[in-house]
Design a protein around this ligand. Structure first.
Ligand code: 13P
Ligand code: 13P
Ligand code: MG
Ligand code: MG
Ligand code: MG
Ligand code: MG
Length: 363
């Protein structure tokens, strides 16, 4: 059976700042989505990460389907109406266009979709991040799919040994989408050369070379490229299939425990570690530290099992304590050096404007 998984995410307003969506907004969004289960959809699951609402939809319509995207648009629009009634902050923040034109791409919400022939057992996970950028998934996914130091399956399993194909997007191309496909392990250094620059290049998808099967998809929407100004961070989502011909679920844990420094944090303008948190965690008042959550499911004929929260077991409390130290250490140096993003990545215009003024005072 061919199934499509669609993950669609948007920030449509939050309580008391960029924290979390209200219960009323979440309930309205979920209600709209639920009405379509059994009709357009096989199943659905709604959760939030920070102030972003995530829709996980399973169906047989294929990626980019106008009705599926239209349903998500309707859910986000109706949620926005509730957010406005409640006076939530940034109501409708990620809905950057007024009219729906058949597809959510280019309208603001993050989109990650994959279609595949369902395996007898189909374990997969959805990863959702807040207060960071699409390239935040570069290092964790590179390590899980290409580095045997993290993914011992690359050595232990003949299914994984031929490696994976990385499809990488150049985010600087704003006129049209531009991709390169590189095979690991042969092109490992080229893959690393691109992925090290997480502001410029982001993994779009990963494929099993032995089986030609899609392994992972990541949303690559850059809000600034759509709006032409800062409208909040491009907090990404990803779908990853696991087990058998793919890395095991537990091979993704250590790569997220690394908590690499990524762009995001306060006003989307700093470098801070990517903190693994439980699903439905509000954004942190500690400078809005970038965060990622992961839910794993089993799929049967398009129906979702109950989720397991990948960053909820006791190990993650110890990991989080370390990441907090790392975050505090970086933020202690405030605006200085690598703590704040480089000029070309700064989301706010304040510094560029001041530099133009100050240039006149130089002699
Ligand atoms: P179980 O025996 O618990 O299924 O372990 C399988 C495994 O190899 C996990 O990495
Ligand atoms: P969001 O994209 O999550 O709304 O982030 C806004 C921000 O810049 C918080 O400091
Ligand atoms: Mg927000
Ligand atoms: Mg957000
Ligand atoms: Mg955002
Ligand atoms: Mg077992």
């Amino acid at each position: 059976m061919k199934v499509t998984l669609s993950v669609l995410k948007a920030d449509i307003g939050s309580v008391g700042g960029h924290t979390l969506p209200s219960r009323k907004v979440l309930a309205r969004v979920e209600e709209v989505v639920r009405e379509a289960v059994g009709r357009l959809l096989l199943d659905a699951y709604v959760f939030h990460i920070g102030d972003d609402i995530v829709l996980l939809l399973s169906h047989t319509q294929g990626p980019g389907h106008p009705e599926v995207h239209g349903l998500a648009w309707k859910a986000f629009r109706e949620g926005t109406t509730v957010a406005k009634e409640e006076g939530l902050y940034g109501a409708g923040q990620d809905l950057l266009k007024d009219a729906f034109t058949g597809n959510l791409h280019g309208l603001g919400p993050q989109v990650a979709e994959m279609e595949f022939e369902e395996r007898p057992s189909e374990p997969f996970m959805v990863l959702a991040a807040d207060k960071t950028e699409p390239g935040a998934f570069n290092l964790p996914l590179y390590l899980a799919f290409a580095d045997p130091m993290y993914s011992s399956g690359l050595l232990l399993s003949p299914e994984l040994r031929p490696g994976f194909r990385f499809r990488i997007m150049d985010l600087a191309q704003t006129e049209r989408d531009s991709y390169i496909e590189l095979d690991a392990p042969e092109r490992l250094y080229d893959i690393a050369t691109l992925l090290r620059d997480s502001h410029r290049f982001a993994i779009a998808s990963i494929w099993s070379r032995k089986h030609g099967e899609v392994a992972a998809v990541v949303s690559t929407t850059r809000l600034r490229n759509i709006a032409g100004r800062y409208v909040g961070k491009d907090d990404p989502v990803a779908l990853v299939r696991t087990q058998k011909i793919f890395p095991a679920t537990e091979e993704f844990g250590p790569v997220f425990a690394l908590a690499p420094f990524v762009a995001g944090d306060t006003r989307g303008s700093h470098h801070m570690p990517l903190m693994p948190v439980k699903a439905n965690t509000p954004a942190s008042t500690f400078f809005c530290v970038p965060m990622v959550c992961g839910l794993a499911f089993s799929l049967k004929e398009g129906r979702l099992s109950e989720p397991v929260d990948l960053f909820a077991d006791p190990v993650w409390e110890a990991v989080r304590a370390k990441v907090v130290e790392k975050a505090q250490e970086m933020r202690r140096q405030g605006f200085f050096g690598p703590a704040m993003l480089p000029m070309e990545e700064l989301e706010y215009t304040g510094i560029a404007e001041r530099l133009r003024e100050l240039a006149r005072e130089f002699s």
